[in-house]
Ligand binder design. Sequence first.
Ligand SMILES: NC(=O)c1ccc[n+]([C@@H]2O[C@H](COP(=O)([O-])OP(=O)(O)OC[C@H]3O[C@@H](n4cnc5c(N)ncnc54)[C@H](O)[C@@H]3O)[C@@H](O)[C@H]2O)c1
Ligand SMILES: O=C(O)C[C@H](O)C(=O)O
Length: 322
Amino acid sequence: MARNKIALIGSGMIGGTLAHMIGLKDLGDVVLFDIAEGIPQGKGLDIAQSSPVDGFDSRLTGVNDYAGIEGADVCIVTAGVPRKPGMSRDDLLGINLKVMEQVGAGLKKYAPKAFVICITNPLDAMVWALQKFSGLPKSHVVGMAGVLDSSRFRYFLAEEFKVSVEDVTAFVLGGHGDSMVPMIRYSTVAGIPLPDLIKMGWTSKEKLDQIVQRTRDGGAEIVGLLKTGSAFYAPAASAISMAEAYLKDKKRVLPCAAHLSGQYGVKNTYVGVPVVIGAGGVERVIEIDLSKAEQKMFDNSVAAVQGLCEACVNIAPHLAAK
Ligand SMILES: NC(=O)c1ccc[n+]([C@@H]2O[C@H](COP(=O)([O-])OP(=O)(O)OC[C@H]3O[C@@H](n4cnc5c(N)ncnc54)[C@H](O)[C@@H]3O)[C@@H](O)[C@H]2O)c1
Ligand SMILES: O=C(O)C[C@H](O)C(=O)O
């Protein structure tokens, strides 16, 4: 059987990390694409030279022409710019929207059958625009943010409870911005919901409120520390879990920015919700029951995402017709 072909559109910090992880996990052959000449070729060669040490056979190549991604099974999109301290993700909208138009055209021409995972920020608006620019099926264009935000939430909870991260389940709904909704009621330690853990005296509401806020600020915390860009290890690992779910038909339930066509009362919008990912792409959007307070926070987050999509249409009016 031929190896999977995985195209990485954008070969910067996340793109390079993705390529390395794909090699280490032997998920398939990698094509790194970038507009910067030499970067995808150099990173591809460097990682390929680690393959004898680590014992993987993935072939890694770097290209500056979209023809190189032809026939890719999976495309992971990180092309664009990251934010710097003092910026919000939304400040990237104008510049990254133009990048999404170019990437969309490349996908349409060379990889129309691929499963596409968008990472570029502001995430929910960029994946919405990318689906429209590329014309690929909505089930095959999805955004990565919920896995990352949920992983941060799980990590902070595991630290608070002093338990293994493996025993913490948690997820975050809504857009990948300040209005994201970490779901306390549906998060657990060894199956025990967080509100019960407060009753048991293992933590307090105040502590959980702080963890929720730290999760919301998780991206900015790393940007503030790195100063030159944003997080890349955890984002890459998160996208790999989505790609693996698709390639191995795992039917994983993961929070992703998925296209909503009426679910949660929302239409024509990409926003973070739990979905099943398998060989069919996004095979199911899971509609969980929300309390009044949770629904209000979710609606607020959806409104923020829709505001960004309107801003995209103001810049690129042809998006409205797609
Ligand atoms: N969704 C998330 O949870 C999440 C997490 C982390 C970062 N991000 C976003 O991911 C994006 C990439 O982050 P990074 O740290 O890898 O940035 P980076 O600057 O290291 O890499 C971006 C790469 O994109 C390339 N690029 C720019 N314009 C391009 C174009 N038109 N076509 C092809 N390539 C182009 C650049 O040359 C660069 O190599 C940013 O927008 C960042 O905000 C999102
Ligand atoms: O915060 C950022 O700008 C990058 C990314 O969205 C993140 O959450 O790490």
